[in-house]
Design a protein around this ligand. Structure first.
Ligand SMILES: Nc1ncnc2c1ncn2[C@@H]1O[C@H](COP(=O)(O)OP(=O)(O)O)[C@@H](O)[C@H]1O
Ligand SMILES: *[C@@H]1O[C@H](CO)[C@@H](O)[C@H](O)[C@H]1NC(C)=O
Ligand SMILES: *[C@@H]1O[C@H](CO)[C@@H](O)[C@H](O)[C@H]1NC(C)=O
Length: 336
């Protein structure tokens, strides 16, 4: 009992210091809260308790694959391919004790089809606080790296951020939105971190996860979906192999896409290319219903229909796919 107490003391000091650096909570109050809680429960480990109050980077915490599966199946509409690949990629990576490189996912598709939405779900399943976590980092090209003249600065900044953040938490998650608008020079700066190195200057990046989002290839993915529709085939029958040649033309061999310039693809640094299909009228309706539920109001089918009817659909004749996916659903709902 005495020994356990002393160990607890030493641990408390370390944890208080940790709390200070993480700055998630005021350290003294966390200490008191933990003290009180451990006196009450007595059997939970100190770290467990600490992590309940403040945020911890738990590298070894397993991914709850069934929870992620359930969440994707319930919340992500019309993206059977993305659901399948993301689930497979993440469970495979998290179950691997010794990954040879960080996990890199490249999400492609039309605007408003759920790329950011999925990234948020993934973030929440990896780190409890999701995008607000200290271990999840979102970069938006046009917001964080807008000026071409400052590439050098961005490169240095980004490298030191990634190094600093991965040193603090090996299982950090980095999300790069608008990858197709990112200057190739900036992509070059992250390239070394994605590679098969055991470590760089004493830091191993192998447990980190990088997610890249872009619209590149979205038009060709849409064309494939449309071909299926015109041939009277089901959307759910579209398979990855139907889209691989499409992505290879639209993304891999497209000299105008930032990804091509960067050599990320040449060097096989991207583990999975994940296509997002354009959303249909029925999916837009599902988004409206989900948004109504999220706001705590009852689902009113008249409003669902009128919001969905306000969206614009293409191609001109058939009007199958929503121009902006589900993107403007939330603001439109405000008017009803
Ligand atoms: N496939 C989808 N399933 C459910 N909701 C979606 C889907 N696509 C988009 N949404 C909704 O529309 C919003 C905007 O989508 P977003 O993920 O930002 O699109 P993008 O693909 O451009 O990143 C999301 O916050 C989400 O509420
Ligand atoms: C995983 O998630 C499922 C569904 O949300 C839940 O019932 C289960 O208890 C979770 N398992 C663990 C080990 O947390
Ligand atoms: C971690 O990344 C953020 C940007 O998301 C940056 O502001 C911060 O300085 C980085 N931390 C370290 C220790 O480099």
């Amino acid at each position: 009992m005495l020994r356990a107490g002393r160990l607890g003391g030493a641990c408390a000091l370390r944890l208080l210091l940790a709390a200070h650096t993480v700055a998630a909570f005021e350290p003294i109050s966390v200490g008191i809260a933990i003290g009180a809680a451990s006196a009450l429960t007595g059997y939970l480990s100190y770290t467990d308790l600490y992590c309940r109050f403040a945020e911890c980077c738990r590298e070894e915490q397993p991914l709850n694959a069934s929870a992620l599966k359930q969440e994707l199946e319930e919340k992500l509409f019309g993206q059977h391919l993305a659901t399948e690949v993301i689930l497979k990629a993440l469970t495979g990576f998290k179950n691997n004790k010794n990954p040879k490189k960080p996990l890199t996912l490249s999400l492609h598709g039309w605007a408003g089809t759920g790329k950011n939405f999925v990234s948020q779900i993934v973030a929440e399943n990896l780190h409890r606080k999701g995008l607000k976590s200290n271990f999840v980092h979102l970069f938006v090209s046009t917001l964080h790296f807008p000026h071409e003249q400052q590439i050098k600065l961005y490169q240095d900044q980004l490298q030191s951020w990634i190094r600093g953040n991965v040193s603090a938490c090996a299982s950090s998650l980095f999300i790069f939105d608008e990858m197709d608008k990112l200057h190739p020079g900036v992509i070059d700066a992250i390239k070394p971190f994605l590679d098969y190195y055991e470590q760089i200057d004493g830091v191993s990046y192998r447990k980190a996860i990088f997610i890249f989002l872009s619209n590149a290839g979205g038009d060709l993915i849409t064309k494939t979906a449309l071909d299926f529709w015109r041939a009277g085939r089901k959307r759910e029958d579209i398979q990855l192999k139907d889209l691989e040649p499409v992505l290879s033309v639209g993304v891999f061999n497209n000299k105008h896409s930032g990804l091509w310039h960067s050599g990320l693809i040449d060097r096989n640094l991207i583990d999975y290319f994940i296509p997002f299909l354009p959303l249909e009228y029925r999916h837009v309706k599902m988004c409206v219903r989900a948004e109504m539920k999220a706001r705590g109001s009852a689902v009113d089918e008249d409003i669902v229909t009128s919001v969905a009817d306000e969206m614009t659909f293409f191609p001109k004749d058939e009007k199958i796919y929503s121009d902006k996916g589900c993107k403007t659903v939330q603001s439109r709902l405000d008017f009803h």
